[in-house]
Write a protein that binds this ligand. Sequence first.
Ligand SMILES: [Zn+2]
Length: 80
Amino acid sequence: MKPTKLYCDLFGHNYQITKKVTNHVNEYTCKCCKKQVTTTINGSLTELTETRQEINSVLERVYNYRTMRLKQKMLSSSIY
Ligand SMILES: [Zn+2]
């Protein structure tokens, strides 16, 4: 077992946001052991698996699409 991993096990991971998926979902990487996790829709942290990454990319697309539509809506409503 690597000492950094032991440190994480003892004191918890030192997560840093590596990617913002939506307002509520982020991807994190631990600064010590490089473990990758992500927030789930219900707010808990889970390991960033390939499936999770796929879910996140879909979420990101939907989220971007929505915010884009919202901006367009705001823009068009501010004209009148
Ligand atoms: Zn760690």
